[in-house]
Design a binder for this molecule. Structure first.
Ligand code: DCP
Ligand code: MG
Length: 386
């Protein structure tokens, strides 16, 4: 890594709560808590208005998933029991989590960031590291640009920290939330980082914080000043060394670029060779099972496929593959089966015996990019093997 390495950490502001507010804009600026169950889903009344569940009415063991900044001002935070949170904010609007919406907006903001730099490390649903080293603009300009493209794509705000490494940028993005921008250099460490609690360093969890407190080490500055031998005695050599480096704002971890899968496939080898004509029912069941699994895989990873391929291994171990690419990306098992079967028809299989069948989904398109294709989803009946 060179001296000029520049890494941004971007973290969405009150992410789940902010996505909900896109759907219920009348709650903007209100005390909103995400958590609870589906029974708490807002109900639309005959006049079109919404009736929301209130936190004070909640009874159960659920926890706060996240809270709007207005709710945080009253003392409500992630992971707090909902009934406990109700003591601070009984009138808060309670909305259950809607994960598919959060995944959708997660993809949208990451795609928007990729228009500025595609050197992205995915850290989770609402945060990423971005390598900006190769870009000419100032860090302040880039931070503003990142916020702009994310807002344009999603209507959501985020906070950005930029520094020479991941450790400092992660701390920086949290310093001026929400809508924060914070650019830090190593020379800023004594003034900006040392006054912060040790827990602000990603990697110093509650257990280590407790042990450090026993050594009277509370701030990152305390850690920087601590005797290395005492730390080593308490934490062992490698963690103690890491603690000392972290306190100086040193971090050599490179960005780990997130790779997109090229294809997803499933295959099955049969316990005995199957005859295409005589064992038709068994082959059909097998093909259906494989394509159903493939649909699940695609859903889980958030893709649809424009290419469906089949792979067959015959009793003589020879292999045959056939691919078909279509205009409209597919997701449903019934559509995958339909295209797989078209491939099989082109393979002239009568009287052949099979040892293995596989189906491959390729030319994957992220779900968020599929909206453009969503005019009329194809509905096809499940039928025979081919
Ligand atoms: N989350 C969760 N359980 C937690 C913490 C968070 O399910 N204990 C979810 C809800 C958050 C999302 O992850 O919206 C992102 O977590 P953050 O810590 O980034 O919190 P927010 O984005 O909500 O707020 P902030 O503005 O502080 O980043
Ligand atoms: Mg966040």
């Amino acid at each position: 890594m060179t001296n000029s390495t520049r890494i941004a950490h971007l973290d969405m502001d009150a992410f789940y709560a902010s996505v909900e507010l896109l759907h219920y804009p009348e709650l903007l600026g209100k005390v909103v808590v995400i958590g609870g169950r589906n029974v708490d889903m807002p109900k639309q009344l005959a006049d079109g208005s919404w009736r929301y569940a209130r936190l004070g009415d909640y009874v159960g063991r659920g926890v706060v998933t996240t809270a709007s900044y207005e709710a945080r001002a009253l003392g409500v935070f992630s992971a707090m029991g909902l009934m406990k949170a109700a003591q601070y904010a009984p009138d808060a609007y309670l909305l259950p989590a809607n994960f598919s919406a959060y995944r959708h907006y997660s993809r949208l903001f990451k795609q928007a960031v990729a228009t500025i730099s595609d050197r992205i490390e995915n850290r989770g649903i609402d945060e990423i590291y971005i390598d900006l080293t190769h870009l000419p603009q100032s860090s302040e300009d880039l931070a503003r640009q990142l916020q702009e493209v994310v807002f344009k794509a999603t209507g959501l705000s985020c906070s950005v920290g930029i520094s020479p490494n991941k450790l400092l940028s992660k701390i920086a993005s949290d310093l001026h939330k929400p809508k924060g921008i914070c650019v830090l250099n190593l020379t800023d460490v004594p003034t900006r980082i040392w006054p912060l609690a040790v827990g602000k360093v990603n990697g110093i969890g509650p257990k280590s914080q407790k042990k450090l407190a026993q050594l009277n080490i509370h701030t990152i500055g305390d850690l920087a000043a601590a005797d290395p031998a005492v730390l080593q005695d308490r934490f062992g050599l490698s963690y103690a060394q890491w603690l000392k480096e972290a306190a100086q704002g040193i971090d050599h971890r490179p960005i780990v670029l997130s790779s997109e899968p090229k294809s997803i496939s499933r295959e099955r080898t049969f316990s005995r060779d199957l005859h295409v004509g005589r064992d038709r029912a068994e082959l059909t069941a097998m093909l259906t099972a494989i394509c159903t699994q493939l649909e699940q895989d695609l859903r889980q990873k958030g893709y649809r496929a424009q290419t469906i391929g089949v792979k067959l291994r015959f009793d003589d171990f020879s292999i045959l593959t056939r691919d078909l690419t279509v205009d409209t990306p597919v997701l449903l098992a019934s559509d995958i089966i339909h295209h797989a079967r078209q491939n099989l028809r082109r393979a002239h299989l009568r009287d052949r015996r099979l040892r293995l069948i596989g189906v491959r989904a390729a030319k994957l398109i992220a779900e968020a990019d599929c909206a453009a294709f969503d005019s009329q989803p194809m509905q096809l009946a499940l039928g025979d093997f081919f």
